[in-house]
Ligand binder design. Structure first.
Ligand code: UDP
Length: 416
């Protein structure tokens, strides 16, 4: 198949770990590569955010990134990109007119809008390609948890469900998302599930291990934004210290994109650690490259993922792939990926006491840590390799395409 991915803000060429570059960048890059390994040809269309970028960049065998002009050729925060989606749609139509894909797979709600409009502009010629869509995050969930702090444009409230209703197939990444989509009015027959995956060769239990400075190492990895709940982990470390469990270091990886001390969430967390008397126990590492991540994960007794909500969450998969147990808030994709009492422990969201209790149980028990780590690696090998996820996604493409072909183009009911 000729597959055209659309990922308006998340280029596979960007380094993950800053404010607008995270799981989506990793997902689009890895899925595209894995589909190409299965013999497909993949282009990833993304917005040009730097004037020096060539129109086409080869990412790997069979995968090209195509930079499309839409708005200024500079970084624009993703929440400010909506006005440029018309231009992106026109650019997509131009790209697809010359080289028509068999399927279009858009990522994030604004890409869905541009993809639908781009495909609509192709009408009149041969049957237009079906549009499949992965949301990566849902505005309705974000608004529920972030309230007024949500900086999404107000139009997201009605445009995002429209994308869900109008695309030929929504590819959700977890069962929790499928429930949310049903509530938004997307019929179940147009929801499929294919999870995110993990690179099992890069993230593995064997290999170099970073040295640590304390008996126990607890790790938090993710973009430094409040909803990732890193403050809860800092609070949990302070509780342990108050109980005399002191030989613990918390390593915090990630950045909010601002440089150094200007990073406001890092500043807030540093101040919190100082207030709680654990500044000497919390190490802020900033952004860490993908190549350095496995050694860091392997050096940890446990990885804590404590978000308020999480559309999927790739970090727990990376941790499990390296044989690290995970303490996970039981939200979103973490409900599917981390098995309570088998690969780690679930805790209620926004509950520092529960994180402290889980750490208290796990840290002294080396056998349990080892058993959880081994089970975690087994689980990701069985379910979450990118090759397996690509095969699942390919089946969804093929069945959507054959239904669309029988219907003479895009699916009936997926009206533009
Ligand atoms: N990441 C990274 N360096 C960092 C912080 C994060 O490479 O400094 C990666 C992390 O390993 C994972 C991704 O960014 O692959 C984050 O994905 P996740 O789905 O957990 O969270 P998101 O950022 O999408 O909310």
């Amino acid at each position: 198949m000729k597959i055209s991915m659309v990922s308006e803000h998340a280029s596979p060429l960007a380094a993950p770990g800053s404010v607008d570059a995270g799981g989506q960048n990793v997902h689009v890059a890895a899925l595209s590569r894995a589909l190409a390994r299965r013999g497909h040809t993949v282009t990833v269309c993304t917005r040009r955010d730097d004037p020096s970028l060539p129109r086409r960049v080869r990412l790997d065998d069979g995968v090209e990134v195509v930079h499309i002009d839409a708005g200024p050729a500079e970084h624009v925060a993703k929440d400010d990109l909506l006005p440029f989606m018309g231009e992106l749609a026109a650019g997509l139509a131009e790209e697809w007119r010359d080289d028509r894909p068999d399927v279009v797979h858009s990522h994030f709600w604004m890409s869905g809008l541009a993809a639908l409009d781009g495909v609509a502009a192709l009408r009149g010629a041969a049957a237009p390609p079906p549009v499949l869509h992965t949301f990566h995050a849902l505005g309705v969930v974000k608004r529920r948890h972030q309230g007024a702090a949500d900086t999404s444009p107000p139009e997201r409230e009605w445009l995002e469900p429209r994308v869900g209703r109008e695309v030929d197939m929504v590819v959700a990444t977890c069962s929790d998302e499928a429930f949310e989509l049903r509530a938004l009015g997307v019929p179940s027959r147009r929801i499929s599930i294919a999870p995110c995956g993990v690179d099992l060769d890069l993230f593995r239990p064997q290999g170099s291990v970073e040295e640590r400075r304390a008996r126990h190492r607890v790790l938090s990895v993710g973009r430094l934004v409040p909803r990732k709940g890193v403050d809860l982990v800092v609070r949990a470390i302070a509780r342990l210290r108050a109980e005399g469990i002191d030989d613990v270091e918390l390593v915090v990886v990630g950045s909010d994109g601002a440089a150094g001390a200007a990073d406001p969430e890092a500043a807030r967390l540093r101040a919190l650690a100082a207030d709680l008397g654990v500044a000497d126990r919390v190490v802020f590492r900033g952004q860490v490259s993908r190549d350095d991540m496995p050694a860091l994960l392997r050096s940890s007794d446990v990885v804590v993922c404590a978000p308020w909500y999480e559309p999927f969450g790739i970090v727990p998969l990376e941790a499990m792939a390296c044989g690290a147990p995970v303490i996970a808030a039981s939200v979103g994709g973490l409900i599917d990926t981390v098995v309570d009492g088998v690969t780690g422990l679930h805790v209620p969201p926004r509950d520092a006491d529960a994180i402290a209790a889980a750490l208290r149980r796990l840290l002294p028990d080396r056998d349990l840590l080892r058993a959880f780590g081994t089970a975690g690696r087994g689980r990701v090998e069985a379910r979450y390799s990118w090759d397996r996820v690509a095969a699942q996604t390919e089946r969804i493409y093929a069945s959507t395409l054959s239904r669309a072909r029988r219907a003479g183009g895009r699916l009936e009911g997926a009206a533009l």
